[in-house]
Design a protein around this ligand. Structure first.
Ligand code: AMP
Ligand code: ZN
Ligand code: FE
Ligand code: FE
Length: 285
C-alpha cells in the first residue's frame, strides 16, 4: 500500500486540477491520496468524482493556516464533516482574508520593492483558485520576469522578512485542533520542524497540542532531513502521536515534491481512520 496524505490542487496553490491530481496519483502507483488544499474544502466534490474513475482512494482534507504564539503552524485536517458550522465558518474566514491580504502584499510589492505587478496579474496567475496565496503572487512575479521561480520569489521578495510581507488571519493551533475534532475529523501537524519551526513545536508544546486533541504529526516530509525524521519519530512514539508521511505535492509549483516521494505506513493510516468521529466522512470510494 502506498499512501500519500498531503497534496495541493489548483483550488489552492497547486497546479493540477483536482481531477488531474487524482489521476496523477493513480498513475504514480498510489493506493491512497489525501487532497489537502489550504483552508478550503472547495476541491472535495470534483476530487471525489475523479477518485471513482481513477481507481485511487481519496482522503478528503484541508491544510489549515494556524498560529502558535505568533508563529505559523500548518494543521492538516482529515475526513471532517464539511458542513460543520463552526469549522466551515473558520475556514471561510481564513480563506476570505487571503484576498485583501494578497492585495496589500501586491501594493507593497509595487511601493516597497518597485515591482510592476498589479492585482490583475495576480488574479490571472491564480486562475480558478478558491484559496489565493503568496505562490500566486510569486507566479505573477515570474510572469513579469521579476523572479525565476516560486522559490526565488519567496527567498528574495515575499518571504516573512520582506517589506512586502503581510500576515493573514489564522486561528490559534489548539482552537483549530478542537474545531477539526468537533467536526469528526483527524488533526495532524504538517511538517512540524520545517523551516526553523523546531523551536516553536518542542516536545512540551506537542504534548499540549496532543492534550488539546492532536492525533498525529507529519514525520516523513522532504523539509525534514534524516536526523529530524528520526527525532520526530521518537517524539511521536513517546507522546502517542501517529507518525505520517507525504509529498506535499503542488504540481509544477514546487520542484522535487513528486507524488509519493514520502508516504504514510498502512498502520498509521489505519490509526487515522480509527480516529475519525461518528460525524466525520469516509474515504472515497
Ligand atoms: P501563504 O499561505 O499565502 O502565506 O503561502 C504559503 C504557501 O507558500 C505554502 O503552501 C507553501 O507551500 C508555499 N511556499 C512557502 N515557501 C515556499 C518556497 N520557498 N517555494 C515555493 N513555495 C513556497
Ligand atoms: Zn501550498
Ligand atoms: Fe504547509
Ligand atoms: Fe502543504
Amino acid at each position: 500500500m502506498r499512501i500519500d496524505l498531503h497534496t495541493h490542487s489548483s483550488v489552492s496553490d497547486g497546479t493540477d486540477t483536482p481531477t488531474a491530481l487524482v489521476h496523477a496519483a493513480a498513475a504514480a502507483g498510489l493506493d491512497v491520496v489525501a487532497l489537502t488544499d489550504h483552508d478550503t474544502t472547495a476541491s472535495w466534490g470534483e476530487a471525489a468524482q475523479a477518485a471513482g474513475e481513477a481507481g485511487v482512494t481519496l482522503v478528503r482534507g484541508t491544510e489549515i493556516s494556524t498560529l502558535l504564539d505568533g508563529s505559523s503552524v500548518h494543521l492538516l485536517g482529515y475526513l471532517f464533516d464539511p458542513d460543520d458550522a463552526a469549522l466551515a465558518a473558520e475556514l471561510d474566514r481564513i480563506c476570505n482574508d487571503r484576498i485583501p491580504r494578497l492585495q496589500r502584499m501586491t501594493a507593497l510589492a509595487q511601493s516597497e520593492l518597485g515591482s510592476q505587478v498589479t492585482w490583475e496579474h495576480v488574479l490571472t496567475a491564480a486562475g480558478d483558485a478558491e484559496s489565493v496565496g503568496r505562490p500566486h503572487l510569486a507566479d505573477a512575479l515570474i510572469s513579469l520576469g521579476e523572479a525565476s521561480s516560486r522559490e526565488d520569489a519567496f527567498d528574495r521578495l515575499i518571504g516573512p522578512s520582506s517589506r512586502a510581507y503581510v500576515p493573514k488571519h489564522a486561528p490559534d493551533t489548539s482552537t483549530a485542533i478542537r474545531l477539526v475534532r468537533t467536526a469528526g475529523g483527524v488533526p495532524v501537524v504538517a511538517h512540524p520542524w520545517a523551516r526553523g519551526r523546531r523551536g516553536v513545536l518542542d516536545v512540551a508544546t506537542l504534548g499540549r497540542l496532543r492534550d488539546a486533541g492532536l492525533v498525529g504529526i507529519e514525520v516523513d516530509h522532504l523539509d525534514h532531513d534524516d536526523a529530524t525524521r528520526a527525532e520526530l519519530s521518537r517524539i511521536a512514539d513517546e507522546l502517542g502521536l501517529v507518525p505520517t508521511g507525504s509529498s506535499d505535492y503542488h504540481g509544477h509549483g514546487k520542484q522535487g515534491y513528486g507524488l509519493g516521494v514520502c508516504t504514510t505506513s498502512p498502520q498509521s493510516y489505519e490509526a487515522i481512520l480509527a480516529a475519525v468521529g461518528s460525524n466525520g466522512v469516509n474515504p472515497v470510494p
